[in-house]
Structure formats: C-alpha cells, structure tokens
Design a protein around this ligand. Structure first.
Ligand code: UGA
Length: 437
C-alpha cells in the first residue's frame, strides 16, 4: 500500500514508521523543513525509545521517506493520514484548534489522484471528518475519495509496542471501499488476532475522547482515594491491588501521583467537555476529573510544604524528574510546571534533574527559577528534601546511604510511590508518599 502521513509529530512519525515496518510504503510529509532536514539526516526530532532504530531500518529498506513537498506524496496514495497537531485553542475555551487539519486538507485536496481514503489520525472533535470531506469537495469537486476516522491509542514512551500490539484498532468508515483500504492497512495485525472495532465516523471520533477521559477519571479517582488514605493512615498501594484485581476494574492506571499531565489527557478532557456543552450535555464525571487533577497538584505543593516543616522559604529542594512521565522529553502540562513555580515563588531553592527533559523544561521553568544539574546526587547535595516527581528507571534504585550523607535533611517525598517506605525509614529518612504516609 502507498500511504502518506501528514505531520511528523509523535503520532505521525510513530504511526508512519510502524506502517513501514508492516511492509507498506510510507511518505511522511511536514511543512517544517527543519524537521524534515533532520529526519533526512537520520536525526529523530523527538525522544521515543526504539524509534531511531526503526526509522533507520525502514529508511534503509526504502519503505519510509520524508519530504516537505506534498504534491508527489499525495498523488496516487491509497490512503492519506492526517496526523497534524490539534492543540487546545488559544482562545482558552477548551476547544481543539483545527487550523492545521483544515489547512492540510485544502492542500491535499488539490493533489488527489485516483481513489484515496483521507483518514483522521489526530484527535479531533466529532464532525471533523465530515468537515474534511466538505472542504475536499469544495476545493476539488472531481476528487474520488472517502473520509475515515482511525484514532490512535499510543502512549508516549511505549508508542511502538502499543502500535505493534494494540488492544484494538478502531475504524470509523461509511463505505465498504474505505473499510477495505483500512482493513488492508492493518492486515499485518490479523495474525495476532487484534480486534478491529468497525463503526461510523462520529462514533470513532468520540471513542478516542471517551477513552482518554475514562483513563483520566480513573487516575483522578485513585488520586482522591490516596488523599483519603493519607488522612486515615491507610495504604493506597494495597488498596489499588485490592480493587484492581477485580477484572471489572482492572489494575492499570490506578497509580496515584502528582496529577496526570502530557499532551493528551488535559487537552482531550477539556475538548470533550466543550463537545458535550455544544450538545447541551454536562459530563459531570469528566468535569470532576479535571477539577480533581488541578486540586491534586495543589495538594502536592502542600504536602511538600508540610514535609519541610510548614514553609519552603529558604529551603533547598532536589527535584528528580520533570517530564510528565518517564521515557519522554515531553514537558507539556507536566505537574512539575505547576508544582515547582509555586514552591519557588515562596522562596524555595530548587535543583532539578531529568534524564531527557531538561532542554525542553527550560522553556517552561527558566533557569532564573530553578537550576538544572547533571545527576540526581548533585541535585540532592545539601538539600532539605528530595522530591521524586517522575518515575524514571534511573531514580528507582538510588544509593540511599550516599543520598542521606549529602543531604542537609533526610526527607524523601515520593510523588510516584516508587520506594518502599520501610527501606527509606531504615536509612533514617522521613518518607512521604502519596496515599501511604
Ligand atoms: C495517553 C493514553 O494513555 C493513550 O492511550 C493515548 O493514545 C494518548 O494519551 C493520546 O491521546 O495520544 P500518554 O499521554 O502518552 O497517553 O501517557 P499515559 O501513559 O496515559 O500517562 C498520562 C499521564 O497520566 C501521565 O502524567 C502519567 O504520569 C499519569 N498517570 C498514568 C498516573 O498518574 N497514574 C497512572 O496510573 C497512569
């Protein structure tokens, strides 16, 4: 199959590369010539484990190419995927900004040749695929095409394995022709019996938002329960096992933390609320999930303040991890962006380390506010407390003896519940977790 991927962000680049790995011929197109130049030189603009090797392999085997010229890439393609960004609108109303989708659609429309399926891969509000169809008809009335929706369920940091071994593939189509093209594209997953959920276009679009909103709600639920555990003196980790082993609930996404972040849950929950509002509905559970998430970040500031004896003024804090989750350099909506400035404003001196995210972090947390250091122990030197903000593997087995010796005060605030409290306590640390203090 000849497939064109518009957009080389996380979604476009991972999806395009994995399709090439399936054996399809993929051209990835991006207007950003700097990005394309990097890719042509074998550099990967994002950090995603395993992606560099997979790109190199498929470029080497001539199934994957990069260009900023749309015309040749689109003409004669069996399928064109739209994987451009849909950020929250700058108007601040929670709507997804569809400018890039519609701009790309107009450009594609001119170059279509032969039957082509135009597929929304980006997370887009219900009705977007129909708008895409309308624009194509307007710009190129003779075009022979169908539109479809095929939402992605990839987690940053685990995107390749999520793509290669998905729980399901959702396709929203309205013609048998489009369905056949999508089934051909995903044929390589047939051997591992990946279920394909075939539905209409609107349902597919909404399924993506519902999935992310459900997961966000699950996290907010366990975060609230963790706060209750803190008050009662109960243990949320045992509690999560106790409920998660019930197959109806499921173990995943029951890890309390400093609040969910990233480029998806915060943006998609807000967009879903706007979609619902437009249809005269209140999604109260999703609304609460969003509120609880904001409150969770504020609670973490209080937790840290309390651990420092009621005031962070003049205290030195080591922050381990800055990205919204491990195995990514993505800082978008990371809890660190809310928590650290709140502490710095009140006079805390913050030294931070992150294995991949420090370059990106400097755009959100300037060096005038926090200092960036080369390793976790340098951060902990003379610190009054260590905060484990992101559960990178590198922080899972810190040398506690060494850490204790170089710190000013042995306070360990584990916002990801990575450590066993008893191990820290045995080394003379005050240990504060989330829901198991
Ligand atoms: C999320 C979804 O998991 C993907 O299925 C979806 O495709 C993607 O959004 C998207 O819409 O593109 P992602 O944002 O990469 O993926 O990361 P997650 O692993 O879902 O984590 C999101 C946030 O929730 C992180 O801040 C993480 O630390 C937090 N989290 C996750 C918890 O606090 N507790 C948990 O138990 C799980």
């Amino acid at each position: 199959m000849k497939i064109t991927m518009i957009g080389t962000g996380y979604v476009g680049l991972v999806t395009g590369t994995c399709f090439a790995e399936f054996g399809h011929h993929i051209t990835c197109v991006d207007k950003d010539t700097t990005k394309i130049d990097k890719l042509l030189n074998g550099q990967i603009p994002i950090y995603e484990p395993g992606l560099d090797a997979l790109v190199a392999k498929n470029v080497g085997e001539a199934r994957l190419s990069f260009t900023s010229e749309l015309a040749d890439a689109v003409a004669g393609a069996d399928a064109v995927f739209l994987a451009v960004g849909t950020p929250t609108s700058r108007r601040g109303d929670g709507y997804a900004d569809l400018t890039y989708i519609y701009e790309a659609t107009k450009e594609i429309a001119v170059h279509l040749k032969g039957y082509t399926v135009i597929i929304d891969k980006s997370t887009v509000p219900v009705g977007t695929a129909r708008q895409v169809a309308r624009i194509i008809k307007e710009v190129n009335p003779d075009a022979d095409f169908d539109v479809a929706s095929n939402p992605e369920f990839l987690r940053e940091g685990a995107a390749i394995s999520d793509f290669m071994r998905p729980d399901r593939v959702v396709i929203g189509v309205e013609t048998a022709r489009a369905e056949a093209v999508l089934r051909d594209i995903y044929q390589p997953l047939f051997l591992q019996e990946t279920p394909i959920v075939k539905t209409d276009i609107e349902t597919a679009e909404l399924t993506k938002y519902a999935a992310n909103a459900f997961l966000a709600a699950k996290i907010s639920f366990i975060n609230e329960i963790a706060l209750l555990c803190d008050s009662i003196g109960a243990n949320v980790v045992d509690l999560a096992s106790g409920i998660g082993m019930d197959g109806r609930i499921g173990k995943k996404f029951l890890h309390p933390g400093p609040g969910y972040g990233g480029s998806c849950f915060p943006k998609d929950t807000l967009a879903l609320l706007r979609i619902a509002q437009e249809h005269g509905q209140n999604l109260r559970i999703v609304e609460s999930a969003v509120e609880v998430n904001a409150a969770q970040k504020a609670m973490m500031v209080k937790k840290i303040r309390d651990a420092l004896g009621g005031s962070e003024a003049g205290k030195t804090i080591a922050c381990l991890g800055l990205t919204f989750k491990p195995e990514t350099d993505d800082m978008r909506d990371s809890p660190a962006i809310t928590i650290l400035p709140a502490l710095a404003e009140k006079g805390a001196k913050i030294k931070a380390h992150d294995p991949q995210g420090m370059k990106e972090a400097k755009h959100y947390l300037p060096e005038s506010m926090i200092s960036y250091v080369a390793d976790p122990y340098e951060a902990a030197q003379d610190a009054d407390a260590v905060i484990l903000m992101t559960e990178w593997n590198q922080y899972r087995a810190l040398e506690l003896g060494k850490l204790g010796k170089i710190m000013n005060n042995k306070v360990f605030i584990d916002l990801r519940n990575v450590y066993r409290p008893e191990n820290l306590k045995a080394q003379g640390f005050t240990y504060i977790g989330v829901g198991r203090s």
